[in-house]
Ligand binder design. Structure first.
Ligand SMILES: [Zn+2]
Length: 507
């Protein structure tokens, strides 16, 4: 008996489920197929594309492939370039690598990443001679006690948070350079160098905003015995002087007179251009408002001869955006074009720190004020290693953070059309992985634009050369892409623009 009731109930639910569906939307969602996705992803994640690392040949090849797809669909090229329009937005980047960096005490040259560690950007200089002042532990009181403008300071402080304050204060006061003792013994210092030396001297990549020297004062991390050499006294005299200062003897620090020190900072910088690939579909009566769909197409490149194919990360999101674009184009051809305009954007340099999307929001092609939402997809092709209720799932992040309506639409579209298990584990702002801040949607969200981030989360092949196309669950991936399509359709076609009813939490 009970089973019969359940059956009738299920039939009823199934019927209303189907009845609420808009057949036009279903028709175009069904144009997103496993075959199309497989074909595109097999190319994007092939060895020929060399792991699509930002600025490298494989990334350029991937950009050309996506661009060709957008052009073939008939999407407009929206980026002004001279007197023509382009699908590419040139993202200006700059790499910086440590060149010759040294410190000289008593004319004796010390080596970076061995005798000391330099931390900071700084531009190229010839050898500089600097006057050093001993500033104890670098407290506010010590800064007030001595004039440090245009001079270098030597401080002893093993507290990480305090050291950050010291650098900020030193920048404010116009200090030239900071010498920091952060370890209590030479032995401890050696361990520190072994642990962080590589990290500090690796090549870094950032946006090239054409401005120099705004990063704040740099710091040389030195050992206790080297600090002793700078003042020409045993290290203990320095810690004693701090104790005396703290017990009221204000002249204790001034009695320590460090020698002048020479240093050189050389960085090898290179300008790089990488490409965001943009395809634009103009809306009808509400075309001045814009919905953005994003996925990053760059990945990690080649390391130790191994190609990181990045099939899931984020080949999966990239082909989803390509195929969702195709569905909307087809609908428009049949007279069902979206009322709002849609920008399909394959983003570069995500793996380098969300740089492509950061560049876009700093140099938007369409005003951010008229941008109603960003739906961002990053890794939707796998089943992650968590225990979830169903394999038929997708994790959503950010949907309820800025717009209650967006969250409701997303839930309703899923209930009506895709029936995936929606997992919100990563949506918790206190989640240790901080996913809300870790893909391209964040650059939109921080500008007050509502976002949904779609992901299926991490797996053992994440950021490994084993993230390959043969491991993709295409049938599941297709459903996840369809949920994005339905949600996009609703956002683009509803009468009213999404209401932003929650203030931006961080900026
Ligand atoms: Zn990714």
């Amino acid at each position: 008996m009970k089973n019969k009731i359940t059956l009738i109930f299920l039939l009823f639910v199934g019927l209303t489920y189907a009845q609420n569906q808009n057949p036009i939307m279903v028709k175009y969602a069904e144009t997103i197929t496993v075959e199309d996705m497989k074909e595109d992803l097999t190319i994007l994640a092939s060895d020929a594309l060399e792991g699509r690392e930002t600025g490298k040949r494989g990334q350029k090849m991937a950009a050309a492939y996506i661009r060709a797809h957008f052009e073939e669909l008939g999407l407009e090229a929206p980026v002004p370039l001279g007197n023509r329009m382009s699908y590419y937005q040139d993202v200006k980047l700059k790499t910086s690598k440590v060149g010759e960096i040294y410190v000289k005490i008593d004319g004796k040259k010390l080596t970076n990443s061995k005798d000391f560690l330099y931390y900071g950007k700084g531009s190229n200089t010839d050898e500089i001679t600097t006057e050093v002042i001993f500033l104890g532990s670098g407290s506010e009181k010590e800064f007030e006690n001595i004039d440090v403008k245009d001079k270098s300071i030597l401080v002893i402080n093993s507290d990480r948070m305090k050291r950050r304050e010291i650098l900020n204060r030193a920048t404010e006061k116009g200090v030239e350079m900071v010498f920091v003792v952060r370890s209590n013994t030479d032995e401890e210092f050696k361990t520190f160098i072994e642990r962080f030396g590589k990290f500090f001297s690796r090549e870094s990549l950032g946006l090239d905003r054409g401005e120099e020297g705004k990063e704040g004062v740099g710091a040389f991390y030195i050992s206790p015995s080297k600090a002793g050499e700078i003042v020409g006294k045993p290290y203990e005299k320095l810690t004693k002087a701090i104790e005396s200062f703290n017990s009221g003897e204000l002249k204790a620090l001034k009695k320590i007179k460090p020698k002048n020190v020479q240093y050189k900072l050389e960085f090898i910088q290179k300008k790089i251009i990488s490409e965001n690939v943009l395809g634009y579909l103009e809306g009808t009566d509400l075309k001045d408002e814009l919905l953005v769909l994003t996925a990053h197409y760059d990945h990690l490149g080649i390391h130790d001869g191994k190609i990181f194919n990045g099939a899931d990360d984020d080949g999966s999101g990239t082909v989803a955006v390509m195929d969702i674009a195709e569905a909307f184009v087809q609908a428009k051809k049949d007279g069902h074009g979206p009322r709002r305009s849609i920008l399909f954007m394959a983003v570069t340099a995500e793996e380098k720190g969300l740089l492509g999307s950061e560049f876009y929001v700093e140099n938007p092609i369409f005003s951010l004020e008229s941008t109603v939402a960003d739906l961002n997809i990053d890794m939707i092709g796998r089943i992650d290693d968590r225990e979830l209720e169903s394999e038929n799932y997708v994790s959503l992040v950010g949907s309820d953070k800025l717009s209650t309506e967006l969250h409701e639409i997303s839930e309703r579209m899923n209930n009506t059309y895709t029936n995936l298990f929606l997992d919100y584990t990563y949506n918790d702002e206190n989640h240790p992985e901080r996913i809300y801040y870790r893909s391209d949607h964040w650059n939109f969200a921080k500008n007050g634009i509502p976002v949904i981030f779609y992901t299926t989360g991490s797996h053992p092949d994440y950021h490994k050369e084993t993230d390959t196309v043969d491991k993709i669950e295409f049938e599941l991936m297709r459903k996840r892409a369809q949920l994005v399509f339905y949600t996009a359709w609703e956002i683009a076609n509803r009468d009213k623009r999404l209401v932003v009813d929650k203030a931006t939490k961080e900026n």
